[in-house]
Design a protein around this ligand. Structure first.
Ligand SMILES: *[C@@H]1O[C@H](CO)[C@@H](O)[C@H](O)[C@H]1NC(C)=O
Ligand SMILES: *[C@@H]1O[C@H](CO)[C@@H](O)[C@H](O)[C@H]1NC(C)=O
Ligand SMILES: [Fe+2]
Length: 431
């Protein structure tokens, strides 16, 4: 079999595998849009591409970028255009996957940086591309864009356009990024698609089933591309794995969990989570939010009964409940659903609000069938593409809004004020 045919064969096998893992639903409204492939002209260049940012601690930023040709992992930066007073060196890596060899993947941590400030930067030796970003604020208010199952279709573009207009400080992504599904050049294409946004604001992500990309006997290591391309600041929170970590931003403690790595009470992730929850300082971070991929609460007919939902919930829900986590965001189901505060399947005023926001715009389409009658803990559910915004106003109040991509316009379709559990005297944190 020629390499190209082998590639196609593996891609279609991958699609079939992902199909089994994933969507059982029928899709109708609106129809999926085809994948956009972002081609590049000069493949041998040292020009930075796929630039994206992630926070490291409270005053540093990791710049991740890829070049085809080798170049030093140097980032020059400063507070006015064309003037780079500072410089930092990072590391370069690469990976191979079947017949594909990645470009040079550079990771450079820069800082200390001032909060809520604009910086200009350039990557490597190429001086033709100047980028800029804004650091997150150190205090409230802070605004998050939240979107899962993003993919790279026409709907993704529509979603990204609305997110770009939202003036957000940081993006949170609960898994399923590129939908490359073993076809590695689609990771590059995804990197180029999101660069205009991800090079300007930190994109903090966790992984979904589409990031696993493990093929029995042929490529046994899971998350190869994800870990190489989307390195997150796990060491800073005492985690030993890129698959789960936490960080603080402007009074919010954000915990990223891995639905497709071990989560039982003997697992490294579970033990890390227990320790991480214990370290939360409510005076410093009155809000705590958690991101997972497979939702623990879901009244869509898609993705019912999966172990990443049922067993992970059984293992970890009590921990999150006792720590008074405010919100749990999930993806996986390609639709929007917001639950009331829940614990153990029932309304509980001291439990987290669960929100499924897996509606970014991937090529698989929407999950449009719901279980009826609607369980009373489900407050709002709708199968449309879109994204969410969490505007944390102060220590006690945050406004959550869901923005639907209605005929390519962003329409605010669900909106609710949340109160932090740390400010609710009836919900004392239990340790
Ligand atoms: C759902 O029903 C239960 C049992 O009747 C009730 O206790 C709970 O408050 C209801 N929840 C909501 C959000 O209406
Ligand atoms: C927090 O924000 C809410 C909503 O804007 C407002 O009603 C409340 O007074 C604010 N609290 C403080 C302490 O400023
Ligand atoms: Fe998924």
């Amino acid at each position: 079999m020629a390499a190209r045919e082998l590639g196609l064969f593996l891609v279609s096998t991958g699609l079939a595998l992902n199909g089994c893992l994933g969507s059982l639903n029928t899709y109708n409204r609106p129809p999926p849009r085809p994948t956009i492939v972002n081609h590049l002209e000069n493949l041998k260049s040292a020009s930075p591409q796929q630039v994206h940012l992630s926070v490291v601690g409270e005053d540093k930023m990791r710049i991740s970028w890829i070049t085809e040709a080798p170049t030093p992992a140097t980032v020059q930066y400063g507070t006015s255009p064309g003037k780079y007073e500072f410089s930092a060196d990072g590391t370069t890596s690469s990976y191979s996957y079947l017949t594909y060899d990645s470009g040079e993947i550079h990771d450079t941590v820069i800082g200390p940086l001032k909060p809520n400030s604009l910086y200009y930067y350039r990557c490597g030796v190429d001086s033709t591309r100047e980028f800029s970003f804004k650091t997150p604020p150190a205090q409230f208010p802070v605004k998050f864009a939240v979107v899962g199952d993003l993919g790279q279709t026409g709907w993704t573009q529509s979603t990204l356009r609305h997110i770009a207009e939202s003036n957000y400080d940081m993006l949170l992504l609960p898994g399923d990024l590129s939908y490359a599904d073993l076809n590695q050049p689609l990771w590059d294409s995804f990197g180029r698609l999101v660069e205009p946004l991800a090079s300007q604001r930190p994109w903090m992500v966790t992984q979904g089933n589409h990031e696993i990309e493990k093929i029995p006997l042929i490529h046994s290591e899971p998350f190869t591309a994800y870990n190489a391309r989307w390195r997150m600041p796990f060491e800073q929170s005492g985690s030993g794995s890129n698959l789960f970590y936490s960080f603080d931003v402007a009074g919010v403690h954000v915990i990223m969990l891995g639905s497709y790595t071990d989560f039982d009470p003997n697992s490294a992730q579970f033990k890390w989570l227990v320790a991480d929850l214990r370290k939360i300082d409510r005076n410093k971070t009155p809000w705590t939010v958690v991101l997972i991929h497979a939702p623990w609460y879901n009244s869509n007919t898609a993705h019912q009964g999966e172990k990443e939902s049922i067993d992970m919930k059984a293992s970890m829900e009590g921990l999150l409940y006792r720590a008074r986590v405010d919100v749990v965001f999930a993806g996986h189901v390609h639709a929007y659903e917001r639950f009331t505060r829940v614990y153990n399947g029932k309304t509980d005023n001291c439990g987290p609000v669960h929100i499924t926001i897996g509606d970014g715009g991937n090529r698989e389409g929407l999950a449009s069938k719901y279980i009826n009658p609607k369980p009373n803990i489900s407050i709002f559910r709708e199968a449309s593409f879109g994204h969410g915004q969490l505007a944390v106003v102060n220590a006690t109040h945050a406004l959550w809004t869901w923005h639907r991509n209605d005929d390519d316009a962003a329409v605010s379709s669900d909106s609710v004020w949340l109160r932090s559990l740390s400010s609710d005297t009836a919900c004392k944190v239990k340790t």
